[in-house]
Write a protein that binds this ligand. Structure first.
Ligand SMILES: *Cc1c(COP(=O)(O)O)cnc(C)c1O
Length: 454
């Protein structure tokens, strides 16, 4: 095996097509349902929200979908991204395991998110939209879409969960630098926002509620599309550009992962990395490959939630999606991994969990920060709180290899840097960070509101 530290591809080797797992699933995904009729949604139902090309991608079963030339041109600003061998982390852990990580933190907004933001902005632009609305939690998606819209000259309006808007000004300033408008949610600009403010003027907001506002804004205007940064099939599809690069790079190193680890909020960064590998598991080429999805113990969607139809947003405006869910009324505890605080999960990941092709685990935030500090002091990169969850599990698995004397190959999906999250590191380093166990009664309460289907 190649012993170098960094492995890269040439700009010319950026994949020309995204990989669509829907072509290879052993059973098809359950349909997405219209909230009014309970029947499968039609393209017409979604047309007020999304460009038609994305609506087609959402249900396509074609294995390869071409990445438009204009999108690949913009990808060149940071793609292909580097595969690293974590020699120094391996040494610090004294493990025979070989640890690799594919690092997405070198994109302009510092995460994997522009892989889809740029594509979504492109399709809206060529289908005639002038403006895109979206929601954002901690601000990573809002900043990625602001960048994407800037590259195609579109207006962008971001509804940002109020508690983050107040606590984390730097992502908002990034959005404004790229020319977007960012306002706190709940806002007085929409019916959903005004209804919540009437109930609770101090409402800290939630991702579900911010989605309601952004969707309402988009459907009320002809010139506006809505964009979602995770969960949906087309978002995971766009992220496979990263997994395809990773697979080619692992081949160059002459290695194949035994274990792939990533963090899941809505599931897009990790699915983007592992989907091209899961195909080998389905095809029986690598049947013992383990794929570990890591979520926060305080937002235990796939480890504690039921598999049920639920809304994607708080107000119940979106179609019904079959997924593991904590209930659309779920208001998450204020952990620092803002990108992992969503009540639902990508239907593709849920389906693969049900089929036993991938597994899931939950971790507490203190242990994840400890892992992040170990990573920073060995590999140098200061990671976002989200990938720290995955780093925690990589370290655990590498230590198991030490116990067992096994030299497994571990691949980490590293979704981004933590340079805009230094307040979280400050809280950890000064001993102010706490763990939250999400109480079982609260989960029951939120689940009592699940919509009745069929
Ligand atoms: C948004 C975000 C996540 C979580 O979103 P997924 O769709 O699950 O990938 C993870 N890491 C970083 C750095 C993010 O910005």
């Amino acid at each position: 095996m190649d012993k170098r530290t960094k492995f890269t591809l040439d700009e010319k080797e950026i994949p020309t097509h995204w990989y669509n797992i829907q072509a290879d699933l052993p059973e098809p995904l359950p349909p997405v349902l219209h909230p009014g009729t309970g029947k499968p949604v039609t393209p017409d139902d979604l047309a007020p929200l999304f460009p038609m090309e994305l609506i087609k991608q959402e249900v396509s079963t074609e294995r390869w979908i071409e990445i438009p030339e204009e999108v690949r041109e913009i990808y060149k600003l940071w793609r292909p991204t580097t595969l690293f061998r974590a020699h120094r982390l391996e040494k610090a852990l004294d493990t025979p395991a070989k640890i690799f990580y594919k690092y997405e933190g070198t994109s302009p907004p510092g995460s994997h998110k522009p892989n889809t933001a740029v594509a979504q902005a492109y399709y809206s632009k060529i289908e005639g939209a002038k403006r895109i609305t979206t929601e954002t939690g901690a601000g990573q998606w809002g900043s990625a879409l602001s960048f994407g819209c800037a590259t195609f000259g579109l207006e962008c309006k971001v509804y940002m969960v109020r508690i983050s808007y107040n606590q984390k000004p730097y992502r908002r300033i990034m959005m404004e630098t790229w020319g977007a408008k960012c306002i706190p949610s709940p806002s007085s600009d929409t019916k959903a926002g005004r209804a919540m403010l009437a109930k609770d003027p101090d409402c800290p907001g939630s991702l579900g509620l911010a989605i309601s506002e952004a969707v309402e804004d988009a459907v009320s205007r002809d010139d506006t599309h809505y964009a979602l940064g995770s969960v949906l099939n087309h978002v995971l599809l766009h992220q496979t550009v990263n997994g395809l690069e990773a697979k080619r790079l692992m081949e160059k190193v002459d290695a194949y992962p035994d274990i792939i680890v990533g963090c899941i909020g809505g599931g897009s960064n990790f699915a983007g990395l592992f989907l091209p590998f899961v195909k080998d598991k389905i095809d029986g080429i690598k049947p013992d490959l383990r794929i570990i999805n890591v979520e926060p113990a305080s937002c235990p969607t796939t480890t504690k939630g039921p598999y049920a139809y639920d809304f994607g947003d708080e107000a119940g405006l979106t179609p019904l999606i079959k997924m593991f869910t904590l209930g659309h009324g779920f208001i998450p505890p204020p952990i620092h991994a803002g990108g992992l605080r969503y009540h639902g999960m990508a239907p593709i990941i849920c389906h693969l969990l049900r089929l036993g092709l991938v597994e899931a685990r939950a971790e507490h935030q203190l242990a994840t920060f400890q892992a992040g500090i170990t990573f920073a002091r060995t590999e140098g990169i200061i990671s976002a709180p989200e990938p720290n969850h995955a780093i925690k599990v990589v370290i655990d698995e590498a230590l198991k290899c030490r116990e067992a004397g096994e030299s497994k190959t571990i691949l980490l999906a590293h979704s981004g840097h933590g340079h805009v999250d230094m307040a979280a590191y400050d809280a950890y380093l000064s001993g102010k960070l706490e763990d939250y166990e999400y109480p079982d009664e609260k989960i029951k309460e939120a689940l009592a509101q699940l919509p009745k289907v069929g």
